[in-house]
Design a protein. Structure first.
Length: 302
């Protein structure tokens, strides 16, 4: 039996959901909203969190890479790879808790953005980041690529709206991460174990390159490329959850997320502004932002 066949068999023995290694499924999952194409090793569609944990355990035993996947709407190939794709969009799409008083929502990674927003709107709330694929994109995918969208002017990118994450590491550690005070960080490191090792390494990384992050990370509202190392700075609360936003599944698999909700504007209107050229339009942006628009979009015609 080949290594490929052993991996397939072990996944089918451990996972209660779907394990699909047929050519048709691999062809479907080889591309997404992007122009890129990478045929995966196979696809796992877990029933629940226990299935995700089991699938990652089997993949680790076989040294097979894992790719968590949401709605497949990414435009830069983030959901394509020669890996075992774990698609959470079919079964792990629950809204686990909605707390209007605290303006918080707890969700599974496969939940579609519009499902969360429709539920939040009943309480006059919304999730601020708003990609154009809001009818199909999942919150896990948004956390993976730090989504923003036209209406992120309302309250920031995804990273500004994540409170905590329940995560699974490739070596099987499952934990909840978020903001960490320096005293708590010291206690975690002193406690040892795999969690202590990870936090010790992150603190060492922060101490080594923190001065460069402060000096050189661009202070722009929609910086979504690269790792959010600035979230590990002491003045940012050593927020491991926010540091993981935008990592595209390269560090951990997200099992659950607690998100911040914001008041949803009860009235909306559209204003169209015309300019001589794109340069004049760009020059006018600061003046427009003074009026706190909910969103903005630019287009050109010839």
């Amino acid at each position: 039996m080949s290594a490929y066949d052993r991996l397939t068999a072990d996944l089918r023995g451990a996972v209660r959901g779907e394990v699909r290694f047929d050519a048709g499924t691999k062809a479907m999952y080889s591309t997404t909203g992007s122009n890129y194409r990478q045929v995966p090793i196979g696809v796992v569609i877990p029933l629940d969190t226990a299935d995700v944990v089991a699938a990652v355990e089997v993949c680790r035993a076989h040294e097979a890479p894992v790719l968590p996947r949401g709605g497949g709407t990414s435009l830069a190939g983030q959901s394509c790879n020669v890996a075992v794709v774990v698609d959470m969009s079919k079964n792990m799409r629950g809204l686990l808790e909605l707390d209007p008083e605290r303006r918080r929502a707890r969700v599974e990674p496969g939940i579609v953005l519009d499902f969360l927003r429709d539920a939040a709107e009943e309480h006059g709330l919304t999730f601020a980041p708003d990609p154009s694929t809001h009818k199909a994109c999942t919150l896990g995918g948004m956390i993976g690529n730090n989504s923003c969208g036209v209406h992120s002017l309302l309250s920031g990118k995804t990273v500004e709206n994540v409170e905590s994450l329940e995560i699974l590491t490739y070596d099987g550690l499952r934990l909840t991460v978020g903001a960490t005070s320096e005293d708590e960080l010291a206690r975690i490191v002193a406690g040892g174990g795999r969690r202590g090792e990870i936090y010790h390494a992150l603190r060492a990384l922060r101490d080594e390159v923190g001065h460069l992050v402060r000096e050189r990370y661009p202070q722009i509202p929609r910086r979504v490329s690269g790792y959010n190392l600035d979230e590990l700075l002491e003045e940012r609360g050593f927020d491991v959850a926010k540091a993981l936003v935008g990592t595209e599944g390269t560090c951990v698999t997200v099992l659950e997320a607690t998100l911040r909700l914001v008041p949803s504007p009860p009235y909306r209107s559209l204003m169209v502004l015309g300019f001589e050229d794109v340069y004049a339009a760009a020059d006018a942006v600061p003046a427009v932002l003074e009026h706190r628009p909910r969103g903005s979009r630019a287009s050109t015609t010839s």
